[in-house]
Structures are given as C-alpha cells and as structure tokens.
Ligand binder design. Structure first.
Ligand SMILES: [Zn+2]
Length: 327
C-alpha cells in the first residue's frame, strides 16, 4: 500500500465530465429546407447525440436567427461546442459569394455562410443538399470505405454529388455531380427531342428519372395516370404495364449512370430520393450498366442509401471531416 501523507489528493476535477464528452469532437449538421430546418449533433463515430426540427421562417434575417437559436439549443443538449455545417437546396456562387439556385428564394443574393459565421463566431461550411447526401453515405453509409462515391438523388428532381476520399468535389462552378440536366444519353427515336425541362432544355435526364418524369412516361406509354406509389405497387405485384415502365426507367438510369462512370469512374453509386425505394432498382440498374460503360468488366457497385431522410443533415455535419481542420 502506498502511504499518502497530508490531505488526500483529489485526482478528479471538481465537475467531472464523462469521457465521451471530454474527448468527443461534436459536429452539428443543419439541413436548411424550404419548410423545415433540421439540426443534429454527431458525436464520435457518427453517433447521434441530439436532434431538433423547426419550421423555416420565410425571411432571410429570421432564418439566420432561427439557425443561431437551433445551434444554441443543440449545443446545450449535447453539452459542448460543435463545428457547424449547413446543407441547402442551392449553393454559394464562387463568383459573388452569394446564395444562388435556392428554391427558398429569400436566401438568394445573401452571403449565408459569412453571415452565419459572424453570428456563430466560428467558420461555417455550406454545401448543396445532394453533396451532403453523398458525403453522408460515403462517410458512414452505403458507400463507406470507397474512394470515389457518386450519390444520386432521384426524387421530384434529379441531382447528384461526387465525394473523393471523404471530401466533396465542389467544382469550379460548384455544379459537380449535377447530372440531372445532362441530356439522356444514347437517345432512342421516341426520346428525341424529349420532354421540356424547366431549365429551358429538352430531354434532360431529370425529365425521365424524376418522380414526375416516371409518371409522365407511364401515361405516355399506357394512357393511364398513375402515381409513382401506384406504379411501384404494380412493379411489386408483377403488373405488365408497371413492369414495362420500370424496365424503361432502369434502362435510362443505366444509360445516365454509364456516362458518369465513363468520366468519374466511381467505386460506388449510391441511390437516394423517393424513387430509390422502387423495388429492385439498384440491382436492376447495376445489371444494365455493362451494356453502356466503356469497359468489358464493370466493378462499380450500385446500392441504395442507408441513412434515408437523415443523409442530408448527417452529411452537413460531416462537412467538417477531421480534427486537423479545427481552428
Ligand atoms: Zn433540365
């Protein structure tokens, strides 16, 4: 036994912190949507520590206030300070430093990242929501461990993002990965010039692979107006019209992905958005890829996302990937 003279030495701090809080790097992700703002805190290993959702105010100043309050609430619950990343359906223009292409139009023309950094007294990273989806899946989702991940959003619109070795490839214009407004590759006679797109062009991939695009295609081929949910049910039950629409959808998805593979050559393609829930979509698209890719051995995997609706907000948190970038 070691003799200790004098008053007993107190080794513990007066207010001991739990080891996980003392050592954990906390990351806040904010998903800034048109109707709601979702925030969460990730602790070590990507474990969710806190989460909160609020309605999106419809003015710029009140949106800033709401995000600052949300960060404060999340940090109080997580009992620590965190890095902050924000995902939004839009981007910061490299030319002007202002938000552009946001469907939350009250954000457009404002330096959102700078204003948030000033109010939160720390650097804030912003990225497009499709990039955040891809980063989330590349970090600890369906694309974990892969060097190059192409994330695909197949929803009411079609978008995408590219993550290389855990980092978002933003690009010179910050449009990297936005394949939805490329034209459908290897168009067949019935696909020329293709449906009109809101972007002003015709035959964009989005006009075929979005939810409304599939509904339009089903109506054009069968004369029936069906929702994507009804078509999905028809695919599951083996209904011929629904299966026909599905096979055209898969063929177009494979053609669209093949041009991405020919340029970027990702290890994994992760499918997200509502259409990624179509039964058997990932494996069917994977099977159709070799017909179009410029190689005889396709090793690219095509998989469905793991984090679902949480991918956007998790990816925003992962915009701060490692300790070395802390200030
Ligand atoms: Zn378009």
């Amino acid at each position: 036994m070691t003799p200790i003279s004098g008053p007993r030495v107190r080794l513990e701090p007066a207010h001991p912190q739990r080891p996980d809080q003392r050592l954990t790097r906390l990351r806040i992700g904010i998903d800034l949507g048109g109707t709601k703002i979702e925030g969460l805190v990730l602790g070590s290993g990507g474990v969710e520590v806190a989460r909160k959702r609020i309605a999106t105010p419809r003015s710029y100043e009140r949106t800033l206030d709401a995000i600052v309050d949300l960060v404060g609430d999340l940090e109080a619950e997580a009992e620590g300070t965190a890095s902050v990343g924000v995902g939004l359906p839009g981007t910061i223009s490299p030319a002007t430093g202002m938000v552009k292409n946001a469907n939350s139009t009250w954000l457009i023309g404002h330096p959102l990242d700078e204003d948030l950094a000033q109010r939160l007294r720390r650097p804030v990273r912003l990225s497009n929501d499709a990039n955040c989806f891809t980063l989330s899946e590349a970090t600890d989702g369906a694309g974990r461990g892969a060097s190059v991940v192409f994330g695909v959003i197949l929803g009411t619109g079609v978008g995408g993002g590219i993550v290389v070795q855990g980092r978002v490839l933003e690009g010179a214009q910050r449009v990297a990965g936005e394949w939805g407004h490329n034209p459908i590759p290897w168009p067949q006679d019935g696909e020329r010039p293709g449906p009109s797109c809101y972007c002003g062009k015709r035959g964009c991939i989005e006009t075929y692979l979005s939810g409304p695009g599939m509904e339009h295609d089903h109506r054009a081929a069968t004369g029936q107006s069906r929702t994507t949910h009804e078509i999905a049910a028809g695919i599951s039950s083996g209904e011929p019209d629904a299966l026909g629409t599905f096979s055209r959808y898969v063929d177009r998805l494979a053609r669209g992905l093949a041009t991405v593979v020919n340029v970027v050559d990702p290890d994994v393609v992760v499918l997200g958005g509502g259409m990624s829930n179509l039964p058997g979509l990932a494996s069917a698209a994977r099977s159709a890829l070799p017909m179009w890719v410029f190689t005889d051995e396709v090793s690219t995997r095509v998989v469905v996302n793991e984090h679902g609706d949480s991918s956007g907000v998790r990816g925003a948190a992962w915009l701060w990937p490692d300790q070395r970038e802390e200030r």
